[in-house]
Design a protein around this ligand. Structure first.
Ligand code: GLV
Ligand code: GLV
Length: 328
């Protein structure tokens, strides 16, 4: 019998095509938006699915696994992050979980740099200014920004994405790189002349830009809080393309309003899609709607990778991007 897969929302065609070519029977949610948990559980209960392709906007917990039933072997997440999935519950129920690492590294690193350049050069603010008809001629003091070139970048979390951001910083902008990670990487230090800081507290005071690249865990929630904003330079900028809850949004608001830091550029928010409305009033913040991996090329690759994980798992092989193997 053909394997049956539920896809929680329309994804790029390349992934769908792969699943069809593998002979899978597919049901793709037709809702134009995120399924509520009840809708998702309802959809999963309707049929017996062998696997599910889910998104970072789906909160997958034990109740959802229960709704999927015993024949369901895998939840393939269409994202590199997998904080939306309860891995412990997956293990208990012997359900595999996979993600899409690697293929989005370049794109997220590019978006991180786009944010860094744009906040420092006040690009979005200047665009608003120009469209509003406020440009009355060149001015020596008009919308002055900060250089990125030659400055110090503090990277929190030296995974694939953090390391790639460091590459652009050092090779492209002659920046000095400091990094904090639970693991030291001396090869990286040699290659980029980077300096390791074994505590976030000793990185923050020395960085002109702080960019976050850690996963969301209990231990990284509100990693940026009042205390840590207070350790940053008042000329420094925070960039976050990782997960929203890593930054305490109220603490960020206080830091921006008080001038504790100069600015922030965020692609992710604490309670997506909601954003603290008072942040939207500030010109010292730049916002993008969780699109750091959102290029056509990368989203196609993510779709193929997620599909391939399903195909391998349902063929009885170990899928390439396994993050939770199930209990047996
Ligand atoms: C995007 O946020 C991802 O985790 O892929
Ligand atoms: C994510 O892919 C990371 O390792 O940074």
């Amino acid at each position: 019998m053909a394997n049956k897969v539920f896809v929680t929302r329309k994804i790029p065609d390349s992934g769908i095509a792969l699943l069809k070519a593998a002979g899978f029977e597919l049901v793709v949610s037709e809702k134009d938006g995120v399924l509520t948990k009840d809708e998702l559980m309802g959809a999963l209960k309707k049929e017996k699915y062998d696997g599910v392709l889910c998104l970072l906007t789906d909160h997958i917990d034990d109740e959802v696994f229960n709704a999927a039933g015993k024949q369901c072997k895998i939840f393939a997440n269409y994202a590199v992050g997998f904080d939306n999935i309860d891995l412990k519950a997956a293990r208990t129920r012997n359900i595999m979980v996979t993600n899409t690492p690697g293929v989005l590294t370049e794109t997220v690193a590019e978006h991180t740099f786009a944010l860094m350049l744009a906040i420092a050069h006040r690009v979005a603010e200047a665009d608003r200014f120009t469209r509003a008809g406020k440009y009355k001629g060149w001015g020596p003091m008009l919308l002055l920004g900060s250089d990125v070139f030659g400055k110090t970048l503090g990277i929190i979390g030296l995974g694939r994405i953090g390391a790639r951001v460091a590459h652009h910083a050092v090779r492209g902008f002659d920046m000095k790189v400091l990094y904090y990670d639970v693991q030291r990487n001396e090869n990286f230090e040699r290659e980029y002349g980077a300096a390791y800081r074994d505590r976030i507290e000793t990185l923050l005071p020395d960085a002109d830009f702080v960019s976050i690249h850690v996963p969301l865990l209990e231990s990284t929630k509100h990693l940026m809080n009042d205390l840590r904003f207070g350790m940053m330079r008042n000329t420094a900028y925070l960039i976050n393309t990782s997960r929203g809850p890593i930054v305490d949004e109220q603490a960020l608001l206080r830091a921006l309003r008080a001038g504790t830091i100069k600015g922030a550029a965020l692609d992710v928010f604490e309670n997506e899609p909601a954003i603290e409305p008072l942040l939207l009033e500030l010109d010292s913040i730049l916002l993008t709607p969780h699109i750091a991996s959102g290029t056509i090329e990368t989203r196609e690759k993510m779709a193929r990778l997620a599909a391939n994980n399903l195909i391998e798992a349902l063929a009885g092989r170990v899928p390439p991007n396994i993050v939770q193997a199930g209990s047996s």
